[in-house]
Design a protein around this ligand. Structure first.
Ligand SMILES: Cc1cc2nc3c(=O)[nH]c(=O)nc-3n(C[C@H](O)[C@H](O)[C@H](O)COP(=O)(O)OP(=O)(O)OC[C@H]3O[C@@H](n4cnc5c(N)ncnc54)[C@H](O)[C@@H]3O)c2cc1C
Length: 257
């Protein structure tokens, strides 16, 4: 079984972040594999192992100047990576990103596409389902477990009340939530092997998407960026014997109970 994992390289969250004049995140520094996507990589590796054959291909859009994030996925066990990198992609919005990823998925024709529910830096949470729609794949979101049985995939899909079990024919796209699997640490052997695994760099012209992506084709613009409110300090209650009831009332008010 061949699985594509969509994985985003993001600026290291531990480093100071800056925005350019169009309010876009500066992506010229060190890039790492988005932690959210390590779950997809791990899930895909486990599914391929279980199927007894096939491989995991990591697909990304962004700068290919630094592919350390993709090498992390290769060190975990992915066989190869494809990154679409092009100056004309500057300003590409979420739909444009989906168009780019969809064009690569069409070339690779995998049995399954895995993505995270949302990324850690942009998190519109819309890219994977747009990708599925563009390729004509059924999509199942918020997976907490994935099982492939021959030509179908069965997913336990998290809901507010618990989970739904959803089955779709393959090929399909599934988004996974954080914490569904424990992403493996790359072994020393894996890190060394990753250095020689193929990372194919494609341009917009290679995909025939000239004029359809980049800022010209974008329907989203970031009009303003504001600093998030500082966290409020918590409220203190003195327990006069009604502490438990107050806790329950609070949890009900935020719909946890
Ligand atoms: C106004 C604007 C300008 C932008 N300018 C640029 C730019 O100059 N250069 C640039 O590279 N991007 C640019 N982007 C694209 C942006 O970085 C994201 O790739 C895109 O908006 C979707 O990301 P998200 O965080 O909302 O994805 P979400 O939908 O939250 O991501 C969910 C999952 O989809 C997959 N995914 C999302 N994005 C990618 C990706 N890029 N590669 C592989 N998998 C992915 C991952 O599995 C991810 O975990 C811009 C976006 C906007 C709105």
């Amino acid at each position: 079984m061949n699985v594509v994992v969509c994985a985003k390289q993001i600026p290291d969250p531990a480093a100071p972040q800056s925005l350019d004049a169009q309010h876009n995140l500066d992506r010229t520094g060190k890039l790492i594999l988005d932690e959210a996507d390590t779950y997809g990589v791990e899930m895909a590796l486990q599914l391929v192992d279980k199927a007894g054959g096939g491989e995991v291909t990591v697909v990304s859009m962004g700068s290919a100047q630094d592919v350390a994030g993709l090498r992390t996925a290769l060190a975990m066990g992915a066989a190869k990576a494809v990154i679409v990198s092009d100056d004309s992609l500057r300003g590409t919005d979420a739909l444009g990103t989906a168009k780019v990823l969809a064009a690569v998925v069409r070339r690779l024709q995998p049995d399954l596409v895995v993505a995270a529910t949302e990324s850690s830096d942009g998190y519109t949470g819309t890219t994977p389902v747009q990708l599925a729609e563009l390729v004509g794949l059924p999509s199942i979101t918020f997976a907490k477990s994935i099982e492939v049985n021959g030509s179908t995939v069965t997913v336990q899909r998290q809901t507010e009340a618990g989970f739904d079990e959803v089955t779709a024919p393959l090929p399909a796209l599934v988004t996974v939530t954080a914490g569904v699997v424990e992403p493996r640490y790359a072994s020393f052997k894996g890190i060394m092997a990753a250095k020689s695994k193929p990372v194919e760099v494609l341009s917009v012209a290679d995909l025939g998407l000239e004029g359809q992506v980049g800022s010209a084709g974008a329907r989203q613009v970031i009009t303003e960026v504001v600093t998030a409110d500082a966290r409020q300090s918590g409220e203190k209650y003195v327990d006069d014997g009604d502490g438990a009831a107050r806790v329950v009332a609070f949890l009900e008010s935020i719909k946890v109970l």
